[in-house]
Design a protein around this ligand. Structure first.
Ligand code: PLP
Length: 393
């Protein structure tokens, strides 16, 4: 099918919930994609932070193919090797105690909120279910994670929203202390507010928030759905903040392109959820976990060091453009935000796409870059050359 045919079908039969770009992507190799009309793009998006090992990665496709032949799915009422092995690796690389696998970021955060509420219920009884989240955060699209998301425009139309959330501005310890009460069971935050505009939190604030949680026996939930799985140059971003969260959630990049998400619990709350308390039909499916295991092998320590180096190179190069359209460059590793002025971030994203570079937007005025973690230096240079040209005065 060509683009016009695909678009016609989509327009007639698909709920129009996405403002799509006028392109249908057909296939990819490395960090390069081709559309149905044969046009080529450098990918600075990885889906949205998902395709961490790029496209047509041999090790990844082989692992999935092998697992599909053996066993694509079995219920969680049975043990499977991929689930147990992936849990072990993710725990080892994060220092956490136990893992639960679901299918998406929102589902991971739902699980984290359930775990925190039950931890509190088991110890203190009813009435301690409030979760404090940050203004400008993003935690997902289910009813509860929409409510957890600290942006007013997500709190429209779908009334009634669940209770039990309170919002404080990022970086403001006074506001966090003022928001505390006997009803609070958890504080939830991203280390870099991704959808909100790629704003990293201050290390001193994150550490003070951790201490605040300890002092009140409130669980610290770190949402690493976007920042996690080597994206920022460490396995999880919070490892660069020198903190020990009680719960960490992840999804996007964990399985390199098949749906997998989940949460990790530290020793102190690793046994809160018991048989019957939580579950998922597809969660931790053998195909998804086999994909995750391949991703874990590919994203080793050497590759993580490369992620940090490539990210630094991209940030410095963009800052060095001296473009009047760039108001600032932020981020960690290959999670990069470029502040845009003098045109909208969406206009810029469209212009780059026309020239063969795929990027994302975030917040009000941020161009967001989330390239595959395996992107080659040559692909980076091609992408940056397009940016330099489009951003010149
Ligand atoms: C993308 C994202 C989510 C939601 O993940 P889904 O897989 O779309 O449910 C939650 N939290 C953060 C920080 C995200 O970036």
């Amino acid at each position: 099918m060509n683009f016009a045919q695909i678009k016609a079908l989509d327009s007639q039969f698909v709920m129009q919930t996405y403002a799509r770009h006028p392109i249908a992507i057909d296939h990819g190799q490395g960090a390069t994609l081709w559309d149905t009309e044969g046009r080529q793009y450098i990918d600075f998006t990885s889906g949205i932070g998902v395709c961490s090992v790029g496209y047509n990665n041999e090790r990844w496709t082989a692992a999935i193919t092998e697992q599909i032949h053996k066993l694509p799915h079995i219920s969680n009422l049975f043990y499977t090797e991929p689930y147990a092995r992936l849990a072990e690796i993710v725990c080892h690389r994060s220092g956490m105690a136990r893992a639960f696998f679901g299918n998406s970021g929102a589902e991971a955060n739902e699980g984290a909120i359930k775990l925190a509420r039950k931890y509190s219920f088991d110890k203190y009884g009813k009435g301690r279910g409030t979760v404090i989240t940050l203004v400008n955060s993003f935690h997902g699209r289910t009813m509860t994670t929409l409510t957890a998301t600290g942006q007013d425009h997500y709190h429209e139309f779908f009334f009634p929203f669940p209770e039990g959330f309170r919002y404080v501005p990022a970086g403001d310890m006074g506001a966090l202390e003022a928001a505390w009460g006997d009803d609070v069971c958890a504080v939830m935050m991203e280390m870099i507010q991704g959808e909100g505009g790629v704003f990293p939190l201050e290390k001193s604030y994150v550490q003070a928030a951790e201490k605040f949680c300890r002092d009140h026996d409130v669980l610290l939930i770190v949402d690493e759905v976007q920042t996690g799985i080597c994206r920022t140059g460490t396995f999880f971003a919070h490892q660069q903040f020198d903190i020990h969260p009680d719960i960490v959630t992840f999804a996007k990049g964990i399985a390199g392109g098949v749906p997998l998400g989940g949460m990790l619990a530290a020793e102190g709350c690793a046994n809160v959820l018991q048989a019957g308390n939580h579950g998922s039909t597809f969660g931790g499916n053998p195909i998804a976990c086999a994909a995750g295991l391949a991703v874990m092998e590919i994203l080793d320590d050497a590759l993580m060091a490369e992620v940090a180096r490539k990210g630094e190179h991209i940030r410095q190069t963009i800052a060095g453009f001296g473009s009047p359209y760039v108001s600032g460059v932020r981020g960690m590793g290959l999670m990069i935000g470029v502040g845009i002025q003098g045109m909208t971030h969406k206009e810029l994203c469209g212009k780059l796409l026309e020239r063969g570079l795929m990027t994302l937007t975030a917040g009000k005025d941020t161009l967001r870059l989330l390239p595959p973690l395996v992107i080659s230096q040559e692909e980076i240079d091609q992408g940056l050359a397009i940016m330099a040209d489009v951003l010149k005065a």
